[in-house]
Design a protein around this ligand. Structure first.
Ligand code: BES
Ligand code: MN
Ligand code: MN
Length: 454
């Protein structure tokens, strides 16, 4: 391993330059006008994998954005690792809150600022560079390796889901290595063993058949924005419990042991509130912050659209109002069942004065994995070696839809070896990635391949 680590250490600066090139591609998956940028990003990933020495590199068209696949299967008798990551990024709005343009990476305080820096371009590139280090120094890898990189993670991974179902033998592997999560804190080696799922819904209320003068008609007809606000207020009670009937039926209760483990982590709710700029935290009664975000389901309104939102005042009684509502789910909740319950409840609480249309935008299953299978133990040893500290295990509030599909269809253990930080503004302005963690991540990837081959 010494020669591999030496190679990685001596190429530190060029890795950062390569990451900058990657970050200049505005691969926003949800915006149709960026379609070509997603193709460019897929080509970029394919080229890097090829340069690293991977074989059978392919850009695979889908009905959405392309997938990138490659393999290196020249280690007979050794296990096979599938590396997963995503080259798509979130939209950049509100653009005026960025200190520098989102697709012109800059480095400040050893952090690289750009959309996608931590989620997930920087983290994905780590594995390509660790592979390259092995092949350039030793001419081979200690394990068999496959990569599947997608461009639709931020929009629900539908095409990859279909691809995995159809290509189970192509993707056959013993574990799936993913860096798309966070460290518990800077410099703390962390493995994530649980992710929440999600059910993402959109509701639209229509009242009168056109926008009306709020003076001549106001008082005589339902205002859909008011009605929507009333309905949203009925989704949760004052203790933070979700009022949808049956919502908690399948929730697995936290064990005493797990609650104890969470409590033993160095976490200050006071500092957390300060960091977020709030006077008081708010959430489900009877649970700590870590329990609330890692192991309890939630319901949040992501956005409300309706009526006049321009500057100044316009007197109008709008015809329509819309809300985007997501629920984060925990084992063993099923997003399909949850969206049905949500739909039934919304229909029940909607006043007769409006018509409601409800859309199920996407869903993902939650997961909690075992802590003592071979790949997880190998990852834990690898991280401890690189960081010089004991590896910490945590759960995570975010979702990576495809992880459950890999676990179920490929029967492969996910290894969530994230190097991000939840303070790195993913999905928000001034996203960045700590370059120290970028470097440690390349080393950790290499040490993982080595430890897992033993
Ligand atoms: N990498 C994130 C998920 C994540 C964030 C995991 C923070 C751990 C810590 C991923 O790219 C993401 O944003 N997922 C979406 C999924 C959704 C669009 C289905 C999410 O969680 O909102
Ligand atoms: Mn991600
Ligand atoms: Mn994301």
């Amino acid at each position: 391993m010494e020669s591999v680590a030496k190679y990685i250490n001596s190429n530190r600066q060029s890795y950062v330059e390569e990451l900058k090139d990657f970050l200049r591609i505005p691969s926003i998956s949800t915006l149709p006008e960026h379609k070509n940028d997603l193709n460019t990003a897929a080509e970029f990933v394919a080229r890097k994998l090829n340069d690293a020495g991977m074989e059978n590199v392919k850009v695979i068209e889908t009905s959405g954005h392309p997938l990138v696949y490659c393999d290196w299967l020249n280690a007979p008798g050794k296990p096979t690792v599938l590396v997963y990551g995503h080259y798509d990024v979130q939209p950049v709005d509100p653009l005026n809150l960025w200190d520098s343009p989102p697709f012109e990476p800059v480095i400040k305080d050893n952090k690289i600022y750009a959309r996608g820096a931590t989620d997930d371009k920087g983290q994905m590139l780590m594995h390509i560079k660790s592979v390259e280090a092995f092949i350039k120094t030793k001419g081979s890898l200690p394990v068999n390796l496959k990569f599947i990189i997608e461009g639709e993670e931020e929009i629900g991974s539908e095409n990859l889901d279909a691809f995995v179902n159809k290509n189970q033998s192509l993707l056959k592997c013993d574990c799936v290595l993913i860096s798309d999560t966070a460290l518990f804190a800077p410099g703390i080696p962390t493995l994530t063993y649980g992710l929440r799922g999600i059910s993402y819904m959109e509701i639209e209320l229509t009242g009168p058949n056109r926008d009306l003068h709020s003076g001549t008609f106001g008082g005589a007809v339902e205002n859909p924005v008011n009605a929507l606000a009333e309905m949203i207020s009925k989704l949760k009670d004052s203790n933070g419990k979700i009022k949808i009937p049956g919502f908690y039926n399948d929730v697995i209760k936290l064990t005493t042991q797990e609650r104890k483990n969470f409590k033993s982590l160095p976490f200050s709710e006071k500092k957390y509130a300060q960091m977020l700029g709030v006077k008081e935290l708010k959430g489900e009664k009877g649970f700590t912050v870590l329990e609330r975000i890692w192991a309890r389901p939630t319901l949040d309104c992501n956005g409300i659209i309706g009526g006049f939102t321009g500057e100044g005042a316009k007197t109008v009684l709008p015809s329509k109002a819309k809300a985007k509502i997501s629920m984060r789910l925990v084992p063993n909740q099923d997003p399909k069942k949850i969206s049905k319950m949500f739909t039934a409840y919304i229909k029940k609480i909607a006043p007769k004065s409006v018509t409601v249309s409800i859309k199920d935008l996407h869903g993902a299953y939650p997961i909690a994995t075992s802590l003592d299978d071979k790949p997880t133990l190998a990852a834990s040893r690898a991280l401890s070696k690189v960081f010089g500290k004991k590896t910490l295990f945590m759960r995570e509030g975010g979702s990576i839809p495809i992880v459950v599909v890999f676990a179920k269809k490929l029967k492969a253990a996910p290894v969530l070896m994230g190097m991000g930080l939840n303070t790195e503004n993913l999905h928000s302005p001034n996203e960045h990635f700590n370059l120290n963690h970028f470097h440690l991540g390349i080393l950790s990837s290499a040490y993982f391949f080595d430890e897992y081959s033993k």
